[in-house]
Design a protein around this ligand. Structure first.
Ligand code: FAD
Ligand code: MLT
Ligand code: ZN
Length: 472
C-alpha cells in the first residue's frame, strides 16, 4: 500500500470525510492512484484524500468548508484532460464529480437534456439517442470524459465544424461557487437577456472559477442520413481546396472534416486494434469527411462532392463507407492516432489553431523548423482542419532516449508556437491551459484580457481555493 503525506490535519480530514461518508472518501494509496496519474503519465499528483460527493449539496458543503479553512481543491471529471488541469500537483484535496452521474431529464419537445457533471459523454449520447435526438459533441475520449470536464475545458472534437464547441451546446448551468453558494442557472431558455450571461464564465475556466454540478444541454434532431468518406490526397493545400468545395456543395451538412498525415495512419494501423487501411494505396495525406443531413440525401451529397473533387483533380482516391461497421472503422482509425502515437515513444504535443487558410503554411513551416531543431523528429499532424485546429504532435526520433527527448518539450513548443503566433493563431485550440501552458499564457495573451481574467478569479475565488496554480 502506498502512503501519501499531507498538510491537511487529521481533524480537518475527518470533517471533509464526514461530508461524503467514509465509503466515498478515498485515502488508500492504491485506490487513489488512478485519480493522480493523467492520460500520458506526464504528471503524478498527490492528495490526502479523493472526495466523491454524491449530490450538489455535498459539493457545496465541501467548498464551504474549504473556504472556511482555506483548503485548496482540484475538481476532476473523467481525468482525460491533456494539460494537467485535473491533477493535484501540490497535495490539494481532489474532488471527483463522477458520482454525479444522473441524466436528470430529457425533454425532446424543448430539445434539451439536463445532465449532472459526472455523466460520461458516451452515456449522454445514449440518453439523447433514446429520444431520437443527438448531443453533437464527439471526442476520442468520450468513453471516459464527463460533461463537467467537457464544459470546463470547452471541448471541441470532431463535429465542431457544424455544431460548434461545448459552450455553444449549453443553455444553463448549476455551479457551486468557491464559498459554497449554489448558482442555480439551469435555464432552458434560448432567449434571456436579463443581464450578464454568467454561464460562459464557467465554461473553459478549467475548474478555477466554480465547480459545475449540472447543465442544460442542447439537443438536435437525429440526422436522417449520414455518410462518411475516407479520401487520399497529396497535400494540406489540396485538403483545404477540398474543404472549400465540400462546404460549397454540402453547406452545414458537412459535419466533420478531419485531416490526417500518412504517418498518423501508419501508426494507427501498426498499433491500433486490428484495423485495415481504407484505401488500397498509401497517400501522403488523408481526409475523413462526414455529411449528416436532415433529409435522405447524404449519399448524393457526398457522391456529388467527391465527383466534383475528382474532376477538379483534388482527390487521388476515395472510399465511402458502405456499412455502419466500415464507418466505425474509419472513425476508430482516426481516434486511435493519439494512443497509437504513444507506442512510438515520446510525443511532444501541440494543440494549436490558426486561421483555416493558414493551416498548410503552418504545417510546412513547423515541419521544417522542428526537423532542423531535432533531426529525425517525426511530426505527426492531424486534426480538425475545418476548425483550423491541428494536433501537431511530434514523435521522438527512432531509437532516441524518451526522457531526454521529452526534456526538450518547452524548447520545441517555443519553436512551434512562434510559428502559430506569426499566423495569428492560438497555443490551445481545445485542450485548455491547465498546468502545462500556464507559464506561457502571459506571453501570448493580450495583457488587458489577462488582467480581466485575474480580476474575475479574485472576485469569484478570493481565497484561491479552486484549482490554484492552473490557467491564471
Ligand atoms: P478532466 O480531465 O477530469 O478535467 C479537465 C479540466 O476540467 C480540469 O481542469 C478539471 O479541474 C476541470 N473539471 C473537470 N470537471 C469539472 C467540473 N465538474 N467543474 C469544474 N471543473 C471541472 N479534447 C477536445 O477538446 N477535443 C478532442 O477531440 C479531444 N480528444 C481527445 C482524445 C483522447 C484520446 C484524449 C485522451 C483526450 C482528448 N481530449 C479532447 C481532451 C479531453 O478528453 C477533454 O479535455 C475533456 O473535455 C476532459 O473531460 P474530463 O471529464 O476527462 O475532464
Ligand atoms: C484528438 O482530436 O484526437 C485529440 O484532441 C488529439 C490529441 O490527443 O492531441
Ligand atoms: Zn482534437
Amino acid at each position: 500500500m502506498m502512503t501519501t503525506g499531507s498538510a491537511v490535519s487529521a481533524d480537518l480530514l475527518a470533517r471533509f470525510r464526514a461530508i461524503v461518508g467514509d465509503k466515498h472518501a478515498i485515502t488508500d494509496g492504491d485506490e487513489k492512484a488512478p485519480y493522480l496519474i493523467e492520460e500520458r503519465g506526464l504528471y503524478h499528483g498527490k492528495t490526502p484524500v479523493v472526495l466523491r460527493p454524491g449530490s450538489t449539496e455535498e459539493v457545496a458543503a465541501i467548498c464551504k468548508l474549504a473556504s472556511e479553512t482555506r483548503t485548496p481543491l482540484v475538481p476532476q471529471g473523467g481525468n482525460t484532460g491533456l494539460v494537467g488541469g485535473q491533477i493535484p500537483h501540490h497535495g490539494e484535496i481532489l474532488v471527483s464529480l463522477r458520482r454525479l452521474d444522473k441524466v436528470r431529464e430529457v425533454d425532446p419537445s424543448s430539445n434539451t437534456m439536463i445532465c449532472e457533471a459526472g455523466v460520461v459523454l458516451a452515456n449522454a449520447h445514449e440518453a439523447a439517442e433514446k429520444a431520437e435526438r443527438i448531443f453533437p459533441l464527439w471526442l476520442g475520449s468520450e468513453g471516459s470524459c464527463t460533461i463537467g470536464g467537457n464544459l470546463s475545458t470547452n471541448a471541441g472534437g470532431v463535429a465542431a465544424l457544424s455544431y460548434g464547441v461545448a459552450r455553444d451546446l449549453v443553455l444553463g448551468l448549476e455551479v457551486v461557487l468557491a464559498d459554497g453558494r449554489i448558482l442555480n442557472g439551469l435555464s432552458k431558455l434560448k432567449k434571456d437577456n436579463t443581464g450578464y450571461d454568467l454561464r460562459h464564465l464557467f465554461m473553459g475556466a478549467e475548474g478555477t472559477l466554480g465547480i459545475i454540478t449540472a447543465a442544460v444541454l442542447k439537443l438536435m434532431p437525429k440526422p436522417r442520413s449520414v455518410e462518411t468518406a475516407f479520401v487520399g490526397l497529396a497535400s494540406p493545400e489540396i485538403a483545404l481546396e477540398l474543404l472549400k468545395l465540400s462546404q460549397s456543395s454540402a453547406g452545414s451538412t458537412l459535419t466533420s472534416f478531419e485531416l490526417i498525415a500518412d504517418i498518423a495512419v501508419q501508426f494507427a494501423l501498426q498499433h491500433g486494434p486490428g484495423l485495415r487501411a481504407p484505401l488500397s494505396d498509401a497517400h501522403p495525406w488523408y481526409v475523413l469527411m462526414e455529411i449528416s443531413s436532415p433529409r435522405e440525401d447524404a449519399r448524393s451529397l457526398i457522391e456529388g462532392t467527391l465527383e466534383a473533387a475528382m474532376e477538379a483533380g483534388l482527390v487521388d482516391d476515395a472510399v465511402i463507407a458502405s456499412s455502419l461497421d466500415q464507418r466505425n472503422a474509419f472513425w476508430t482509425l482516426r481516434e486511435v492516432v493519439t494512443p497509437a502515437q504513444k507506442c512510438e515513444g515520446g510525443s511532444i504535443k501541440h494543440d494549436v489553431s490558426v486561421p483555416v487558410a493558414a493551416v498548410p503554411r503552418f504545417i510546412a513551416e513547423a515541419d521544417a523548423a522542428v526537423v532542423k531543431l531535432i533531426p529525425g523528429a517525426r511530426p505527426v499532424a492531424f486534426g480538425h482542419l475545418g476548425d483550423g485546429n491541428i494536433h501537431y504532435n511530434i514523435s521522438q526520433p527512432v531509437g532516441a532516449d524518451k526522457a531526454a527527448y521529452l526534456a526538450r518539450w518547452h524548447e520545441v513548443n517555443d519553436v512551434v508556437h512562434a510559428i502559430v503566433h506569426k499566423h495569428g493563431g492560438s497555443i490551445s485550440a481545445e485542450h485548455g491551459i491547465g498546468f502545462l501552458k500556464r507559464g506561457e499564457l502571459p506571453r501570448v495573451k493580450d495583457p488587458v484580457a489577462l488582467d480581466l481574467m485575474r480580476a474575475l478569479k479574485r472576485t469569484l475565488d478570493p481565497l484561491n481555493i479552486l484549482n490554484p496554480g492552473k490557467v491564471v
